[in-house]
Design a protein around this ligand. Structure first.
Ligand code: MF3
Ligand code: CO
Ligand code: CO
Length: 276
């Protein structure tokens, strides 16, 4: 048995219930990853390479007493996933520069004192077309509508129910190939959080459950394909895709968002008015 196996809880198939100490740990990890994505706001601009942004993430995480959860994860070698335009998720940072009008999701997962903070946002590069901006706004709205369903007694399906409703009203599709997930001391724990489910279905939400809500919405069809690098997921029709992700915990009365930005910059519209 390796050291990691001894220190980490095993996946039991059940949804774990965490205590006050868990909430405190997740609050700290969540805040740090939000601050990391805040740090990138002025850095994301035309001409910057995604590997430069990844380097900034790697340094930020290490400089703040945390470690990257993705470096070494199933052979992944970077501290972030950067998914540009038609890339749905798991875009690998590289030497290609961002250009005016691109939209990019930056997804960072760090571990602070054993607790995982997993968070992603969309960044507009320079002048973004209205069509792309609207996709980002609606995707954020869909994630928040999903999160608004979270309270004891509701079901996991209510989250995806609300997300798909917003997507449908705006004629976007919801990606089905990737899900949110339980997290805490583990990166990917039970359950799978499905973003295109029906109200009232799935397990019941209980206080102390920790998981991510991370919907991916496409301008065109929902279908995804993974490139030969084994990671990069793209839309099959090569139309734009957007994603936001928060790590959350179910409280006695509702939900706590662990990855809220102290500056409020997790909201796409706020960022625009503050910077520029
Ligand atoms: N952060 C992603 C998630 O939301 C997972 C990335 S795994 C990686 O679950 F290996 F691609 F980095
Ligand atoms: Co996640
Ligand atoms: Co993530």
């Amino acid at each position: 048995m390796t050291e990691t196996e001894l220190l980490l809880p095993l996946r039991t198939g059940e949804i774990r219930i965490h205590d006050a100490e868990g909430f405190e740990g997740m609050r700290r990890a969540g805040r740090l990853v939000a601050e990391c994505l805040d740090m990138l706001v002025p850095e994301v601009k035309p001409g910057v390479t995604t590997e430069y942004l990844d380097r900034r993430v790697f340094e930020f995480v290490n400089d703040h007493g945390a470690i990257s959860a993705t470096v070494g994860y199933r052979g992944y070698r970077h501290a972030s996933c950067i998914s540009v335009n038609h890339v749905i998720c798991h875009g690998i940072p590289g030497p290609k520069a961002l250009k005016d009008g691109d939209i990019a999701n930056i997804d960072v997962t760090l571990i602070l004192d054993g607790w995982h903070g997993d968070h992603s946002r969309m960044y507009g590069v320079g002048d973004v077309k209205r069509k792309a901006e609207r996709l980002m706004e609606v995707t954020y709205e869909a994630m928040m509508a999903g999160i608004a369903q979270i309270k004891p007694g509701n079901h996991f399906g209510d989250i995806g129910g609300a997300i798909s409703e917003i997507a449908r009203l705006n004629r976007y599709s919801v990606v089905e190939d990737f899900c949110g997930h339980g997290l805490g001391r583990l990166f990917h724990d039970e359950p799978n959080v499905v973003h295109s489910s029906a109200y009232g279905t799935g397990p019941e939400l209980k206080p102390g459950m920790f998981f991510t809500v991370e919907p991916m919405l496409n301008l065109g069809r929902k279908d995804a394909a993974v490139l030969p690098d084994g990671w990069t997921a793209v839309t099959r029709d090569r139309q734009l895709s957007a994603q936001f992700e928060h790590s959350v915990g179910v409280t006695e009365t509702g939900v706590e968002i662990f990855t809220a930005s102290p500056k409020g910059w997790h909201e796409p519209f706020k960022v625009k008015s503050q910077v520029s």
